[in-house]
Design a binder for this molecule. Structure first.
Ligand code: NAD
Length: 249
């Protein structure tokens, strides 16, 4: 029960790492506010663990974010997990792709943080601490990969956002860290593999990135998520935590 007494909001909680994190945090005793743009996947989440409430939320929608922030309890934890992978070189990225990648992968985190941080500061005044976790990536923010320029640029920006928040609010009991996973077996990764010209080859290539010789499972990520949202990481802030199967050894 490492998160007992904490209220934690997680975006992109309908599937993939966000969903697994919502379940893991609830099993550690947190009250989880799980949000996603997709109601169908969200609706099946509360049956997976006690203590999960779900809200449909598009994290690009400032008014909807502000409305949710005024409705829910002050947070002890915020996991900004939503993000999108654009496939292409710098020559392929359209203005729309670039703008969309930034809006979903970076601007949403700035909006979510602006909406929820005042309540988190109030919680930190009462309890001593509150924690933000932003989803970055190993791929193309820490280590370059082909066809990931828009994605990598946004995920590098997430590291800047994370360090800025950490530096500004360290004196108020707020910690802010980023998670940088390697290649994780999630529905969107399966979609990227399926849409490749040769899916079998594409899967082999994704696996070959990791010296450990396998993709990560979502359960390889959730221990780090729980740690960074719990008081066990109370002396850790402003960090990009790599969980990447040895890619960046
Ligand atoms: P996923 O991509 O399979 O699912 C993403 C979820 O986000 C979906 O449930 C979707 O409905 C939701 N979503 C999309 N747009 C939204 C919006 N506007 N508002 C609210 N929710 C929205 O899950 P994943 O692969 O675990 O990816 C989650 C995060 O992890 C992303 O930020 C991704 O960039 C990052 N990441 C993924 C990998 C990987 O290999 N899968 C590696 C590193 C980082």
């Amino acid at each position: 029960m490492r998160l007992e007494g904490k209220t934690i909001l997680i975006s992109a909680a309908g599937q993939g790492m966000g969903r697994a994190s919502a379940i893991a945090c609830a099993r550690e005793g947190a009250k989880v506010i799980a949000v996603d743009i997709n109601e169908d996947t969200l609706d099946t989440l509360p049956s997976e663990a006690d203590g999960i409430e779900v809200h449909k939320l598009d994290v690009r929608d400032r008014a909807a974010i502000d409305a949710l922030a005024s409705k829910v309890a002050d947070l002890d934890g915020l996991f900004n997990c939503a993000g999108f992978v654009h496939n292409g070189t710098v020559l392929d990225i359209t203005e729309e792709d670039w703008a969309f990648s930034f809006e979903l992968n970076v601007t949403s985190m700035y909006r979510m943080t602006q909406a929820f941080l005042p309540g988190m500061i109030r919680r930190a005044e009462a309890t001593g601490t509150a924690a933000i976790l932003n989803m970055s990536s190993m791929a193309s923010s820490i280590k370059g990969f082909p066809m990931r320029t828009a994605y990598g640029t946004t995920k590098a920006a997430v590291l800047g956002l994370t360090k800025g928040i950490a530096a500004d609010f360290v004196g108020k009991g707020i910690r802010c860290n980023a998670l940088c996973p390697g290649t994780v077996d999630t529905p969107s990764l399966r979609g990227r593999i399926a849409s490749a010209p040769d899916p079998v080859e594409a899967e082999k290539n994704f696996i070959a990135r990791q010296p450990m010789g396998r993709l990560a499972s979502v359960d390889d990520m959730t221990p780090m998520v729980v740690y960074l949202l719990s008081d066990e990481s109370s002396y850790v802030t402003g960090q990009a935590m790599l969980v990447d199967g040895g890619v960046t050894i």
